[in-house]
Design a protein around this ligand. Sequence first.
Ligand SMILES: C[S@@+](CC[C@H](N)C(=O)[O-])C[C@H]1O[C@@H](n2cnc3c(N)ncnc32)[C@H](O)[C@@H]1O
Length: 275
Amino acid sequence: MPLERVDSVRRRCRAEALARGANPRDVDVLMADLAGKSVAYVVAHGELEIDPAPLQALLERRHAGEPLQYIRRRADFYGREFYVDDRVLIPRPETELLVETAVKLAPDRAQVIDIGSGSGAIAVSVKLERPDLDVTAADASMAALAVTALNCRRLGAAIGLAASDLLSAIDGRFDLILSNPPYIPAREVEELQVEVREHEPHMALTPGEQGTEILERILLQAPARLSPGGRVILEIGFGQEERVRAIAASHVFTVDDIIADLAGIPRTVVLSKHG
Ligand SMILES: C[S@@+](CC[C@H](N)C(=O)[O-])C[C@H]1O[C@@H](n2cnc3c(N)ncnc32)[C@H](O)[C@@H]1O
């Protein structure tokens, strides 16, 4: 393909993105990635010439609904860049609240497990923020666990890895049991954006009809696996607060705190055993 000026490629692709309901900034980000430069550099150097074909190929994927993070193979979380692909959920900003809460509440040199580690966003961030902690990351998906392992290596987090259905294949007791479990009711998956419903792993999204099935199983297994004074910290979905309080009460747990995210949605639940 003939070379074309950056400013004219950018103008054309941004207009097309807008017309197709996409964010024109995705054009700038992908152009910058291909050039190996910052967005600011690309915007300031409209006079340079590029072959537009590689950019157009990436934009076709984006317009077909593939999330930008999968195309770029990276997502920002808690101030770090994680490798992501379609084996794992793209870490969400609201999950940073769970990390912040765990970092604050973990006793010195505590034993911590993250159930459903996916990209490793929670387990890796907690370990890097609190190197004194002994952190294990567990996932039932071997494919997801491979991504957790990759991010441990890339970001230099020394944590244990375990393939396990929740805690069933894991020994020992924990001071903190963390999880951002799949929590979307199955019938709602079809209503999600195409980026989510057709690209993110189904088992990372929904545990079944209620949305709280995995959370309930965690609370069923946790009492026998918590050290004295130990706590469970879970992320919950929109509108699940009352249901989670009821499940907690029937599984010997006290809800110590429910923290709202920046949108005011109750999001992070801290629980401890009665008595
Ligand atoms: C919502 S994603 C969370 C990923 C990551 N922790 C985060 O916050 O970005 C849920 C994760 O739980 C895992 N998962 C689903 N069912 C599981 C089970 N029964 N046991 C262990 N992990 C499970 C999925 O593979 C997925 O990686």
